[in-house]
Ligand binder design. Structure first.
Ligand SMILES: [Zn+2]
Length: 51
């Protein structure tokens, strides 16, 4: 099973899923599929990384 986390885009506030192992706690910009925004996960105010 692939672990994922969800977070809200700081620009449009919509939530989307990201692969946990690949991206969580890394300084990589994430891409919002809704508004085409690129942001660091530290910019998101709402991160849910429960299982
Ligand atoms: Zn967005």
């Amino acid at each position: 099973m692939v672990r994922i986390f969800t977070l809200a885009c700081p620009k449009c506030n919509k939530r989307f899923e990201v692969h946990y192992e690949e991206l969580r706690h890394k300084k990589i910009k994430l891409h919002c599929p809704y508004c085409d925004n690129w942001f660091l996960q530290t910019e998101s105010k709402d991160i849910d990384d429960r299982w």
